[in-house]
Design a protein around this ligand. Structure first.
Ligand SMILES: [Zn+2]
Length: 274
């Protein structure tokens, strides 16, 4: 699943290419992604509107839409890529590809194609009088306002594995399987340890590791692999441990261990992390 750095990379692309553009038409191939919103309502609310911004909250993208340049936004296009969704900038005359689910035709001969092999993503246009369809989300770890004290206090109250807590979007928004493994490796903390068993300094070290790894990955356009930006370019962040079970640890050369933790593949170094 795309995580904070991959979604942030898309956000930056949208800010550059789509903000200021008007939505001319909408094509919906798979209604499933509208999550219950009718096709007619989605279309009515989106078509003719101008994209006024590109914001991100956790793994959600939020695009405020206005009737024209001079009005304040009255709707928000709220979307989540879930497991396999990706957005590509295309020419307006290009047809949707094999996994194309939704297309927004913009002015200046542009279009945004949403591809999603399984159709698990979410796309909705919400009026400013309605609540945004977001779940409860914790602090943004890259914002200066991240309350690290509160994060450390929260850990002290959780008996589950620290990795499981990091995946909880209510605690820190945007961290998923890749960056949880990476941050725990950098902090030297075993993913299986009970969160409540971490001492204060370890909690602070972990917070710093989360910030560091996310900052690096954003700068590199996300992780190498399935995820691509608006132009189809893959990210350049190379994980140190994530999904590298059996490979030599980059620090001590002992083979990295892979296991299931809370149903998620988890890779760590049995020597460097404890
Ligand atoms: Zn090691």
């Amino acid at each position: 699943m795309p995580e904070l750095p991959e979604v942030e990379t898309l956000r930056r692309g949208l800010e550059k290419e789509a903000v200021g553009c008007c939505i001319h038409s909408v094509t919906i191939v798979n209604q499933k992604v509208l999550k219950g919103q009718s096709e007619a309502e989605f279309r009515d609310r989106a078509v003719g509107k101008r994209i006024m911004g590109a914001d991100r909250r956790g793994k959600y993208l939020l695009l405020p839409l206005a009737v024209d340049n001079l009005s304040s936004p009255s709707f928000t296009l709220c979307l989540h890529l879930k497991m396999r969704g990706s957005i590509r900038l295309q020419r307006a005359d290009m047809a949707l590809g094999r996994y194309g689910v939704l297309c927004l035709t913009l002015d200046q001969g542009r279009a945004l194609h949403y591809n999603d092999m399984w159709g698990w993503g979410e796309w909705r246009v919400v009026a400013d009088t309605e609540p945004l369809p977001l779940p409860e989300l914790g602090d943004e770890p890259l914002e200066p306002g991240w309350d690290v004290e509160a994060f450390v206090r929260h850990l002290a109250g959780r008996r589950v594995a620290i990795k499981t807590v990091l995946l909880d979007q209510k605690v820190v928004a945007g961290v998923g399987n890749i960056y949880a493994d990476e941050a725990l490796f950098r902090a030297g903390i075993a993913p299986t340890r009970a969160a409540a068993g971490l001492v204060r300094q370890e909690g602070e070290l972990l917070a710093e590791a989360i910030r560091q790894v996310l900052t690096e990955a954003v700068a590199l356009g996300g992780t190498q692999g399935d995820y691509v930006d608006l132009y189809g370019q893959a990210g350049q962040y190379v994980p140190l441990v994530y999904n590298r079970g059996g490979v030599a640890c980059p620090r001590c050369a002992v083979p990295l261990k892979k296991m299931k933790l809370g149903g998620r593949g988890t890779t760590f170094c049995p020597v460097c992390q404890n």
